[in-house]
Design a protein around this ligand. Sequence first.
Ligand SMILES: C[S@@+](CC[C@H](N)C(=O)[O-])C[C@H]1O[C@@H](n2cnc3c(N)ncnc32)[C@H](O)[C@@H]1O
Length: 213
Amino acid sequence: MGRISNCLAEQLQQPHGTLGRLAGAVMRLANREPNSLALQALDVGGDDDVLELGFGPGEGLRALARLSLRGTIHGVDQSAIMLVQASARNRKATRSGRVRLRLARFDETGLPDESVDRILAVNVAYFWSDGPGVLAELNRVLRPGGRVSIYVTDASAMARWTFTSSGHHRLFSAGQLGDFLADGPFDAASISIERPTLRWGLPGLVGVISKAL
Ligand SMILES: C[S@@+](CC[C@H](N)C(=O)[O-])C[C@H]1O[C@@H](n2cnc3c(N)ncnc32)[C@H](O)[C@@H]1O
């Protein structure tokens, strides 16, 4: 596995330095369709408070702020460069406090218990090294009746991209994503997996968790 692939995988997991800025630009374009699919499944209402896990360059936040006009949009990401890019992309909303971003990890978001109605997670579950720990955190911050939408590209496509063999990414088939999401506090019956096909025939997976009332 080449150094370039390893570097790309590292940058996708935690963009940093000059290349991190470039990684943000690439994510913005490449993740547009995944974001749109995950957002459709999330069904955000105009009053919903929302959390985005791993907001990257901030495209998802922008869409969320348009969907929830009266709610607060929270975002956590571990990359300082992504915090800068996402803040710039959502300048007005971050200034007004409608979009609130913080440097934090998936398993320790810093949000209060039962404080959000919706959680968006696009192209980030590959990096949940402690799946049950992250799911416990999502369950803690999600209100009863809330929903989580998780997009990943199917392992059958990911495995063909050399950067995914560097050990940074965990890969999922539909069955593996279902098992992964069930390995936490959420009831297996509350989890559904859709298998959309994206442009150029790319196989995607959208996992939805609906928390009981
Ligand atoms: C592949 S990018 C996806 C970004 C964005 N969701 C999108 O669709 O463009 C993954 C993001 O998750 C962040 N990330 C990875 N592991 C993390 C962790 N353990 N805690 C917080 N953020 C993390 C990275 O910094 C990066 O911005």
